[in-house]
Ligand binder design. Structure first.
Ligand SMILES: Nc1nc2c(ncn2[C@@H]2O[C@H](COP(=O)(O)OP(=O)(O)OP(=O)(O)O)[C@@H](O)[C@H]2O)c(=O)[nH]1
Ligand SMILES: [Mg+2]
Length: 189
């Protein structure tokens, strides 16, 4: 019962009501995607092996359906990301904000997603994860490093459409920050 209520809360964060949405979790390896998915699904923080094969978690309560695709972030795995683009309603792009040395690589992957024609108007929720770590960069530093706008209305997609895109800093470990991100995303769907 607790779990069911908890799922309902999760879905309410999305503002999904009776909607259904397909979401992909993307980002470099080790960012925390699988950890987040399982916190959302079971409310448990587990240690996961790096994701080698894409997995899909489907949560259905009443007529609410939420499909989350968890794709591996290591170099080989990134090649298949594009197979999922055509049908997605939203992208969650996760970044390890405590790993400064990999921000350039994360920026490159994010930019190539943003340039992708089929994702032109798809909302992007960027989660700056691991703010619990000592070395975590601030939100401002992350915006600068990734070249993200400070104001939402500035963000134009490749075809000059306004694309919903927002950064939320979070810690999956401390269960902080991502809820606000999902609330924002729910409004864009
Ligand atoms: N400190 C801290 N560690 C975290 C947090 N979230 C995830 N981690 C850790 O980061 C590591 C990688 O997490 P995963 O969820 O496996 O990362 P992933 O993005 O799925 O990685 P791939 O499957 O390789 O693409 C694990 O050791 C997690 O415990 C967080 O909020 N804070
Ligand atoms: Mg994973």
């Amino acid at each position: 019962m607790f779990l069911i209520n908890w799922f309902r809360d999760v879905l309410n964060w999305f503002g999904l009501g009776k909607k259904s949405a397909k979401i992909v979790f993307l980002g470099l390896d080790n960012a925390g995607k699988t950890t987040l998915l399982h916190v959302l699904k079971d409310n448990v923080l587990q240690i996961h092996e790096p994701t080698l094969q894409p997995t899909m978690e489907e949560i259905e309560i009443g007529n609410i359906k939420f499909d989350a695709f968890d794709l591996g972030g290591h170099k080989e795995a990134r090649r298949i990301w594009q197979k999922y683009y055509a049908t997605v309603d939203a992208v969650i792009f996760m970044i390890d904000v405590a790993k400064k040395t990999r921000l350039k690589e994360a920026k490159m992957e994010l930019n190539s997603l943003l340039k992708c024609e089929v994702l032109d108007t798809i909302p992007f929720l960027i989660l700056g994860n691991k703010i619990d770590k000592k070395k975590a960069l601030s939100e401002e530093e992350i915006r600068i490093e990734l070249g993200l706008p400070f104001s939402q209305s500035n963000y134009l997609s490749k075809n000059k459409n306004i694309r919903p895109l927002e950064l939320f800093m979070c810690s999956v470990k401390e269960r902080m920050g991502f809820k606000e991100g999902f609330q924002w995303l729910g409004k864009q769907l």
